[in-house]
Design a protein around this ligand. Structure first.
Ligand SMILES: [Zn+2]
Ligand SMILES: [Zn+2]
Length: 300
């Protein structure tokens, strides 16, 4: 193959990834979950569908990165994984408690639970997003909560591993704000599983370092295009696109930001963030001390 043809093939491959990766990964992961529901093993198949999306994003971050410079280590792998494992454990514990207390149940006598599954999932996504949007916006606008949320925003690059990098108080606040809306919506437990799965798929896609252009999907869903603006190191720009799955509430409340064909600014925060996981857990409680230059390893 001559050099010109090789460049042409490379550019065609990048175009295909750019245009199709997001919808293809959401659809194929959802199909894996459908198989799980048919066989009555939805939890196992949800894990398989998540592993599927992670494996593809891992490969694409090498083959079609959005920013090649973001592939370099930022020294935060351990902290990113530490927050992810802690959050997953705490959220699962919370859900088990909610089920044990009967707060999360079958919802089978609700008229909404008898609607077709796609309608229930749309209702669940729209309704839970009220809590998610509200909690996320508050985390940016209320200085006390920002101390926790700043852990998520402190990274200088986005990639699939920092999807779960949230201070545990931030994660619990999001769950506490969204679960009541989800339960009050009256959708079935199967629909709640679908809403949780779609939230997980969209969450990892918004943080991946893959060159994707989501086009019209940017007007409905939270995408990498939109979420990179949300991570801008300029607070005026970053205080936008709060939606976790849908952009509906951002559009209604005037916080939607989509700049077509325009590269993002650098990402990160203006404040000081400790580099070590354990210091990041403590940072909301010793914020002033850290900002006034306590002796710590810091990110910036
Ligand atoms: Zn945020
Ligand atoms: Zn994020």
């Amino acid at each position: 193959m001559n050099a010109k043809r090789a460049v042409g093939v490379q550019s065609l491959y990048r175009q295909i990834v750019r245009r199709t990766a997001w919808p293809l990964l959401v659809v194929t992961s959802s199909l894996i979950l459908v198989v799980g529901f048919i066989g009555g093993r939805e939890v196992l198949y949800f894990n398989l569908s998540y592993a599927w999306i992670v494996a593809w994003l891992f490969l694409l971050e090498f083959g079609a990165p959005y920013r090649p410079s973001w592939r370099k280590s930022d020294g935060q792998l351990g902290a990113d994984l530490g927050h992810t494992v802690l959050n997953k454990g705490l959220v699962q514990l919370l859900i088990v408690q909610l089920i044990a207390l009967g707060i999360v149940g079958a919802n089978s006598d609700s008229p909404v639970a008898t609607l077709p599954m796609p309608m229930q999932v749309i209702i669940g996504l729209v309704v839970s997003e009220i809590g998610l949007y509200g909690a996320h916006r508050l985390a940016h606008e209320w200085p006390l909560l920002w101390r926790c949320h700043a852990v998520h925003h402190s990274v200088k690059k986005l990639w699939l591993v920092n999807t779960g990098r949230f201070h545990f108080i931030d994660s619990l606040a999001s769950v506490a704000a969204s679960v009541p809306f989800l339960l009050l919506s009256g959708i079935s437990m199967d629909a709640i599983v679908w809403v949780s799965a779609i939230t997980a798929y969209i969450g990892i896609l918004t943080h991946c370092n893959v060159d994707m252009e989501c086009g019209w999907l940017n007007y409905i869903f939270n995408t990498p295009n939109l979420h990179r603006w949300h991570h801008s190191n300029e607070r005026d720009i970053g205080n936008s696109n709060y939606g976790e799955n849908l952009m509906l509430w951002d559009m209604l409340f005037g916080t939607y930001l989509y700049k077509k064909h325009c590269d993002i600014t650098d990402i990160g925060i203006a404040e000081i963030m400790p580099a070590r996981f354990i210091d990041q857990l403590a940072v909301p409680f010793r914020w002033r001390k850290v900002q006034s230059g306590a002796k710590l390893d810091v990110l910036n």
